[in-house]
Every structure is written in C-alpha cells, then in structure tokens.
Design a protein around this ligand. Structure first.
Ligand SMILES: *[C@@H]1O[C@H](CO)[C@@H](O)[C@H](O)[C@H]1NC(C)=O
Ligand SMILES: *[C@@H]1O[C@H](CO)[C@@H](O)[C@H](O)[C@H]1NC(C)=O
Ligand SMILES: *[C@@H]1O[C@H](CO)[C@@H](O)[C@H](O)[C@H]1NC(C)=O
Length: 596
C-alpha cells in the first residue's frame, strides 16, 4: 500500500503477483463476460486539478486526510503507474477526452504558451475531434460536464461556441470554460499577468516599430511593401496591445466566468459559492438521470491556486491552505459517493478518480506550500518527462463487477479512459484516426496480466522529452530522457523564476545518449544508467529510438490550436454577459440574497 514510502527499495511491479491467487479467485467469481452482463453502467469521472500523487492517503500520505478517495481504492482498483499525456492542463485534458496524444489534435504547443490563456481566444479542442462524451451520447447516455473545461470556447465569433462542451458531446454543462487563476480572487499575485505582461508588451513594441518602419519606407518610396502586410501587422500589434492592457485588472472579467450550457451566469464568478454550486449541479444531474445511463464528468476546480476553500475547512489540515483544500476536495468526492449510494446506484456506476497531471512545485507563497506533493517522484507540473509531472493517482471502483482492494502496477494512461468508457457503453472507437488509449477492462478484469502499452511518449508541448518502454519479457520499465528541464528541486532554479519549466530554449538540457533509468528499480529517477552499468544500454536506446521513429510516422500535421495567434485575446470572441465591453452579470444568486 505504501508505495511512496518505499524510497530506495524497489518498487514491485505486481503484474506477476496478480497472476497467482488473485486472478484465480477472480476468474472463478467473475465471469469473463461481465461487460456484456453489466451493460451500460453509469459513469462518474472525477478529475482533480494539479493534485500530486503524494497528496493522497492511499498513495502513501499519512498526514493528509483523504478518507473518501481512500475508500474508493479500498472498494476498487488502485493504479500505481497511471500517466498523464501532458504535464499541464489544456493538453492533458484534450488527451483525456479524445484518447489521443495532444500533438495529434493540435493541442500541444510549440511556443512557451502551453495552455489556453483566454476565454476570448480562437484556439481550442477542434470540433472534428471526437470526445468520449460524444460517443456515449450516441449510445443513449445522458452526458454532463460540471466544473472546469479549459479547452476553448469560440472560433470565429462571440457566439459560435465551436469548442464549447455542448459542441463536444455534453448535453449539459455547468462550470468554468477556462481555469481558476489567482486573478479570479484578486488577492494574490496575478498569475496570468505574470507570465504574459512582459512578452505582450515586448511584442507590442516590436510590432509598432516594424509597422512604423514599413510605413515610412513605403511613404518615402524607400522600398515597396504591400498595404495589406502593413495593415495585418498593425492589427496584430493592436491585438497584442489590448491583450497586454487586458491582463491588468480585466482578467477577472474575461476569464473568471461561470456558464450554464450556453449562458453566462456569473461574470465575474463568485468564488465563495462555487464549491457548493458545483456539488448541487452534480447531485441534481445524478438525481435527474438515475433511471438511465449517465456520464458525469466532474472536473474539479480543486486543488488549483488560488485554493478556494470554504470556511468549514480552513485551518483543519496539517498542511496549511493547500492541505485544507485537498481535504475539502476529498469531502466533495465523499458527497458524490453518498449520492451514488443513496440512490442505489453503487453497483451500477463505474467511478474513476484521477488528477490531470502532477502537483505544482513552483506554487509557493513565502514558505507556504500552495502546490501538490509528488511523493518519491522527481519534478512536477509543467515537466513533461519527469515522473512527478505526469504520474498521477488513478482509482477505479465498480463494486460487484471489478475486484475490490486491488493494486495494479501496470503501465496505464489517462487516455485509456476513452476506449474504456466507450466499451462500457457498447460503442466503437473512431476508426478514421489513431487512438492512443487502450481499454483498461481486460486488465481490470484480470484476463490479461500486462496492459497493452509497450511504449509511452512523454511530450512537453510538441517536443518529445522522454519515452518509456515496458519490456514485457523482462518486466522492466525503462525510461529514456532526450531532454530535461534545468531544474534543481528545493531552490530557486530556472523553473521557479519562470513559474513553470520550459520545454525548449535555454532552460533545458539535451542528452545524447539519452538519460536512461530503470523505473522498476529506480522510480525516483535518481541513478542514470550508462553503458558501463547496464550491459544492454545500447540495445535499449536503439529499441526505444526505433519506437520513436515509428511513432513519428503516425503523426500528421494539424492546425496549431495554441499558436501565438490562436492563443491571443480577441475582443470579438470574448464571451460576454451584457453588451461588450461592459460584461457583467450575476444570475445565480436570488434577489433576496442580494438584498441581504
Ligand atoms: C502529504 O501531503 C502534504 C501536502 O502536499 C505534503 O507536504 C507531505 O509531505 C505529504 N506527506 C507524505 C508522507 O507524503
Ligand atoms: C453490490 O455488490 C456487492 C459486492 O459484490 C454485493 O455484496 C452487493 O450485494 C451488491 N448489491 C446489490 C444491490 O446488488
Ligand atoms: C480535423 O481537421 C483538420 C483540418 O481542419 C485536419 O488537419 C485534421 O486531420 C482533422 N482531424 C480529424 C481527426 O479528422
């Protein structure tokens, strides 16, 4: 159970342990055909934001209280090698919903901006990508998203909602189209502004200079340049200017908004009520749909900064505000489990809990920890290659169908949820594109010992930083790092100054030959192997290199959703309650409350 405490000792890959007694018992009591027997279960997916694997009791934390999440593991399956496809929100969530590496959908960034920054930008999950929600909807499920989306809103105009959850297979949406930011609260150091203001202002100046130069050149006939180019550049400069301007004080109005379906209900959103409102929405969706199969994706705002915590939980944990927030999140999970139990849905509901990527090491305020803890794993949020950025908790419960209190150490991915829930719903995965996830059911059922994943590619933006190889015959899990960020834990190394580690440029190191680790012996990635210490070194590197080559052949160019242009604030795309630019509303609270 206490994997995270086994530092130094070896992490046991239990595939073989599984195979003896457990599988035997399991096969006797659970027929292989259970999936068709227990057809179309309800599906409840709970995804935490920025939660570290070391923050959870059943993953070895003995000072933070997460009894509800632990109970899920006790009554279900705990995955210990569960890996996100990216170490930041937007691409990881795109991969989760589509079962595909973010680079396939254009959701992996080639710039330093790796998440969508604005509700009013034109990037987002392309409408021609297929989410599991869309397929489950086609299979007769009632589908809802409650919470954070962060995969875009509009393409061309304010109301086209081309990237909106309702255009991606969800029948119901209540939550934030964007993400929580310190700006939403307004008391902490601005988060978005910090990472943007300098570059926005710099680009604005460069473009103004360029436009002036071209203009003078043209007017004095010094050189010829088309008006079209000058005008385009001027518009570009203007956009940068207003983005720069907006990031001072307006972010709250532009990004911190709450929507119900296509309507904005709060702009800016009220943080003190969001937790109870989200719970209310999730619970009433379950109640409304208890007689039909439903898919409910609860995409928690916890435990992202600014760590919105209700009074009841403040000061309760032993880990400051961060710990309070984690414990509140666990309480929310408990409330959801209560409703499932009370409505008699326990045995007919497949529940999944995970985090979108590792905890953020950079989130600090003085000495106070504001980000998650990744246990024995190196690195954290933003680091696409190191385990701490991508290895997350993953728990699945389905009583009566899946075994209880089982640990699976096989290689699994958040992308596996896509084919898994589609299989549960009796649907088929799209055949016209590459799907990288693999159904978890055979592994959960115990009909196979090993997951289908042999290689897994760990990207940082569009840059391949590391690759892991589960060598099936030896059971070893190798990991080769081609690129690592320059990062020193526990001091103000490069990443800390930038807020997040870069994927390219001067903040990274290339490795040739790659840094190789044996994750099965060295899960903390502390002891790189070499040709001297590992006789098979060259063979392993060559084999992994070949897999990379084959993987590259499956990639096709797609429009870049996180390009500078697509990730820029555009006034004509800004969701607005009222008449732009005076966007304000509060449709949630009743009049009576307002008077009080
Ligand atoms: C438990 O979680 C807290 C909060 O992230 C962390 O500070 C602490 O080190 C963790 N403890 C263990 C034993 O992992
Ligand atoms: C639910 O599954 C559990 C575990 O298999 C079983 O003990 C219980 O009787 C089941 N409950 C119902 C209502 O079928
Ligand atoms: C979606 O459309 C883009 C072009 O608009 C194309 O490059 C991409 O391959 C399409 N994706 C899928 C999954 O069909």
């Amino acid at each position: 159970m206490h994997l995270l405490h086994t530092k130094g000792s070896q992490e046991v890959y239990q595939g073989k342990q599984w195979s003896c007694l457990n599988i035997w018992i399991f096969l006797c009591f659970f027929p292989r055909t259970f999936v068709s027997n227990a057809s179309k279960p309800n599906i409840l997916l709970i995804l935490a934001d920025d939660l570290g694997i070391g923050d959870v009791g059943c993953y070895g934390n003995d000072t933070i209280r997460t009894p509800n999440i632990d109970s899920l593991a006790k009554e279900g399956v705990k995955l210990t090698q569960h890996v996100a496809a990216a170490a930041v929100c937007t691409p990881s969530r795109a991969a989760f919903l589509t079962g595909r590496y973010p680079i396939r959908s254009g959701m992996a960034s080639s710039t330093e901006r790796r998440i969508l920054f604005w509700n009013g930008c034109s990037g987002g999950l392309p409408p021609n990508e297929t989410t599991f929600a869309r397929i489950l909807h086609q299979q007769g499920y009632s589908t809802a998203l409650v919470g954070k989306w962060h995969l875009g809103v509009n393409c061309k105009s304010r109301y086209d909602h081309c990237h909106h959850p309702l255009n991606h297979g969800f029948d119901y949406f209540y939550g934030m189209p964007s993400t929580l930011l310190n700006e939403c609260q307004g008391t902490d150091e601005p988060e978005l502004a910090k990472s943007l203001q300098d570059t926005y202002w710099l680009y604005t100046q460069i473009i103004i200079l360029a436009v002036l130069t071209l203009l003078i050149g043209k007017l004095t006939n010094l050189f010829s340049v088309k008006w079209k180019i000058i005008i385009c550049l001027a518009i570009y400069g203007f956009l940068y200017f207003i983005s720069w301007f907006s990031s001072y004080g307006f972010t709250k109005y532009w990004n911190c908004i709450l929507m119900r379906n296509h309507d904005i209900t709060e702009q800016p959103m009220k943080l003190d009520k969001i937790t109870s409102n989200m719970l209310k929405e999730a619970v009433s969706f379950i109640e409304r749909n208890k007689h039909r199969p439903f898919l409910l994706f609860v995409s928690l705002l916890h435990v992202h900064t600014p760590l919105i915590t209700t009074e009841k939980f403040l000061g309760r944990s032993r880990h400051g505000l961060y710990g309070d927030n984690v414990e509140e999140m666990d309480w929310m999970v408990g409330r959801l489990l209560d409703v499932i139990n009370k409505k008699g849905l326990k045995n007919t509901t497949f529940i999944y809990f995970a985090s979108d990527h590792g905890g953020s090491l950079e989130a600090h305020s003085g000495n106070a920890q504001l980000g998650g803890w990744n246990g024995i794993y190196k690195g954290g949020k933003g680091m696409g290659g190191w385990e701490g950025g991508i290895r997350v908790p993953g728990i699945i419960r389905w009583p009566g169908v899946l075994p209880a209190d089982i640990v699976i150490n096989e290689l699994t991915s958040l992308m596996d949820i896509f084919p898994t829930v589609i299989q549960l719903a009796g649907g088929a995965v799209p055949q016209d594109r590459v799907i990288d996830g693999r159904s978890l059911l055979p592994l959960l059922q115990g009909t196979v010992q090993h997951s289908e994943h042999q290689f897994m590619f760990h990207y940082c933006g569009v840059f391949l930083h590391a690759v892991r190889w589960h060598q099936k015959d030896s059971g070893t899990v190798w990991k080769a790092h081609y690129t690592t960020p320059v990062f020193q834990p526990k001091d103000s190394g490069a990443c800390f100054r930038r807020g997040i580690c870069p994927c390219f440029g001067d903040g990274i190191t290339h490795h040739d030959p790659p840094l190789l680790f044996d994750l099965s012996q060295d899960p903390s990635e502390a002891n790189p192997l070499s040709a001297d210490t590992e006789p098979l070194f060259d063979t392993i590197i060559r084999r992994i290199g070949k897999a990379v080559e084959e993987h590259h052949k499956t990639l096709t160019p797609v429009p870049q959703q996180l390009s500078y242009y697509n990730n820029m604030w555009k006034p004509w795309l800004q969701p607005c309650c009222g008449t732009f630019p005076t966007c304000w509303c509060d449709k949630e609270s009743s009049k009576a409350e307002d008077i009080l």
